[in-house]
Design a protein around this ligand. Structure first.
Ligand SMILES: Cc1cc2nc3c(=O)[nH]c(=O)nc-3n(C[C@H](O)[C@H](O)[C@H](O)COP(=O)(O)OP(=O)(O)OC[C@H]3O[C@@H](n4cnc5c(N)ncnc54)[C@H](O)[C@@H]3O)c2cc1C
Length: 387
C-alpha cells in the first residue's frame, strides 16, 4: 500500500522532502501558506555536500545547469582591494551559486503535478497511534507522516515543541541584493573582509551577481527609509566592483534582514512528526549551509523510511543521524559569524588568512576540505511512481 505524507511548507526544504518521498514511492501533499509557491530573497551557494544531496534526489544535473561556479571562498580581499588569498586561473571550485528562485524551481519541477496546495496555512495538528492530522482554515488532511518544513518560525514546532525557545537574534544584520548583468558579468565571486562586517559576492545565472553585506547590529529591527542608500554608505570606500554592484541593484530589490538562529532542540521528531530544514535547525548564514542541510535532511529521512520497518523507527533514526551534524554546523556558523563581524578580531583574522600558505588554503577549500563538505548521501532506492 502506498504510504502518504503531509509536508508543511513549500520552501527548499519542503520541496526536497517531497522529491525524496516521491523517489521512494510515497505520495505526499505539500501545504504552503503563500498564494504562490516561490522562493523570495536573493542568492545562495551550495557546497559539495548539498550538491551530492541534490544528486541523490535525482536533480543534480538540473541544479548544476541552473547554478554558476563561484570562487568566493578562494578570493578573500580587504576593503582597499588587496587580496588575502586569490584563486589562480584554472583552479577548480567546489561551490555553486544560485539565484534562490532557480534552485527552488529545479526542485519544484521534480515534484509530481498536483502535490502542492497553496494558500493553505496549517494551524493545528493532532496525532493518533496510526495517523497524524493537520488542520487549516476550512479543511484538514491525514497521513502516516507529517514533515514540518515551515521555516525558522515554524508553526509545527510551536504546536508540538511548545517549550522550545523562540529564534535568537545573533547581533548581526544583513543587506542582500541582485545586481544586474551589465555591472556583474564575469565576476568570479569573492569575500571582502572589513572591520565589523564582510561583503560576499557570488556570480549567478544570466550574468548577474548576488551580493550580501553582513555586519554587527546592537538591536534587531533597525530599519532605514532608504535601505540601498544605507548599505551603499557603509561600503562607499570599499574596492570596486562593490559600490558599482550596489548601484546596479534596483532600489526596491535590496533586502534587509536580521540574522537569527535556533538554539539546539532536544529532538527533531515527535511520534509521526519530523521537523526538517530551518524549522529544526535554522542557522546563521556564515557557512552557507542552511538550505544545504535541509537537502541532506530530506535524503536521510527518505533513506530511513525505506530502511526501517515503521515510521516511528525511521524517524528515530533520522533524529539520531541528523541532530548532531546539523547542530554542530549551526554552532560553527554562529561562531564564524561572531568572528567575521567583530572589529576586535579583524586584524588577527585577516593576518591569519594572509599568512596561511596558499597551498594549505586551497586544500581547506577543496571539495573534501572539511567535515561538512565531505558528507556522502545514503543510497535512496528509487521506486518513484509516475503520476
Ligand atoms: C542572508 C542569508 C543567506 C543564506 N545563504 C545561504 C547559502 O548560501 N546556502 C545555504 O544553503 N543556505 C543559506 N541560507 C539559509 C537558507 O536560506 C535556509 O536555510 C533555507 O532557505 C531554509 O529552507 P526551509 O525550506 O527550511 O524554510 P523556508 O525557506 O523558510 O520555507 C518555509 C516555507 O513554509 C511556509 N510556511 C510557514 N508556515 C506555514 C504554515 N503554518 N503552513 C503552511 N506553510 C507554511 C513558508 O511560507 C515558506 O514557504 C541563508 C540564509 C540567510 C538568512
Amino acid at each position: 500500500m502506498t504510504r502518504q505524507a503531509i509536508v508543511v511548507g513549500g520552501g527548499i526544504g519542503g520541496l526536497a522532502a517531497a522529491v525524496a518521498l516521491h523517489r521512494i514511492g510515497w505520495r505526499a501533499v505539500v501545504l504552503e501558506r503563500a498564494a504562490e509557491v516561490r522562493e523570495i530573497g536573493a542568492g545562495m551557494s551550495q557546497a559539495p555536500n548539498a550538491m551530492r544531496a541534490l544528486d541523490a534526489l535525482g536533480v543534480g544535473e538540473q541544479a548544476r545547469s541552473a547554478g554558476v561556479p563561484t570562487y568566493s571562498a578562494a578570493n578573500l580581499r580587504l576593503p582597499d582591494g588587496r587580496y588575502l588569498q586569490q584563486a589562480r586561473p584554472g583552479d577548480p571550485t567546489p561551490l555553486t551559486a544560485f539565484h534562490r528562485a532557480d534552485l527552488h524551481r529545479v526542485l519544484l519541477e521534480a515534484v509530481p503535478a498536483g502535490w502542492v496546495r497553496t494558500g493553505t496555512e496549517v494551524t493545528g495538528i493532532r496525532q493518533t497511534e496510526r495517523q497524524v492530522t493537520v488542520t487549516w482554515s476550512g479543511g484538514e488532511a491525514s497521513a502516516d507522516l507529517l514533515i514540518g518544513a515551515d521555516g525558522i518560525r515554524s508553526t509545527v514546532r510551536r504546536l508540538l515543541w511548545p517549550e522550545a525557545p523562540a529564534p535568537r537574534f545573533l547581533g548581526r544584520t544583513a543587506w542582500l541584493g541582485i545586481a544586474n548583468a551589465v555591472a556583474a558579468d564575469g565576476l568570479p565571486g569573492s569575500i571582502t573582509m572589513g572591520s565589523g562586517g564582510y561583503l560576499l559576492i557570488h556570480p549567478i545565472s544570466r550574468g548577474r551577481a548576488y551580493w550580501a553585506y553582513v555586519t554587527a547590529a546592537e538591536h534587531p529591527e533597525i530599519r532605514y527609509t532608504e535601505e540601498k542608500t544605507e548599505v551603499a554608505r557603509r561600503v562607499t570606500t570599499w574596492h570596486q566592483p562593490i559600490p558599482a554592484l550596489i548601484a546596479a541593484t534596483p532600489d526596491d530589490a535590496v533586502i534587509h534582514i536580521d540574522i537569527c538562529d535556533l538554539d539546539p532542540l532536544p529532538a527533531y521528531v515527535r511520534d509521526r512528526v519530523a521537523l526538517l530544514g530551518d524549522a529544526a535547525h535554522a542557522m546563521s548564514p556564515d557557512r552557507g549551509q542552511g538550505a544545504g542541510q535541509s537537502l541532506e535532511d530530506a535524503v536521510v529521512l527518505a533513506a530511513a523510511l525505506t530502511g526501517e520497518p515503521t515510521v516511528e523507527a525511521a524517524l528515530r533514526r533520522y533524529d539520531t543521524e541528523r541532530r548532531p551534524r546539523t547542530q554542530a554546523t549551526a554552532r560553527g556558523a554562529r561562531a564564524d559569524g561572531r568572528r567575521t563581524t567583530s572589529p576586535a578580531l579583524h586584524r588577527g583574522l585577516t593576518s591569519m588568512i594572509r599568512l596561511t600558505p596558499a597551498s594549505l588554503w586551497r586544500r581547506g577549500i577543496a571539495a573534501d576540505g572539511n567535515a561538512t563538505w565531505r558528507w556522502r548521501p545514503p543510497h535512496l532506492p528509487s521506486s518513484a511512481t509516475q503520476y
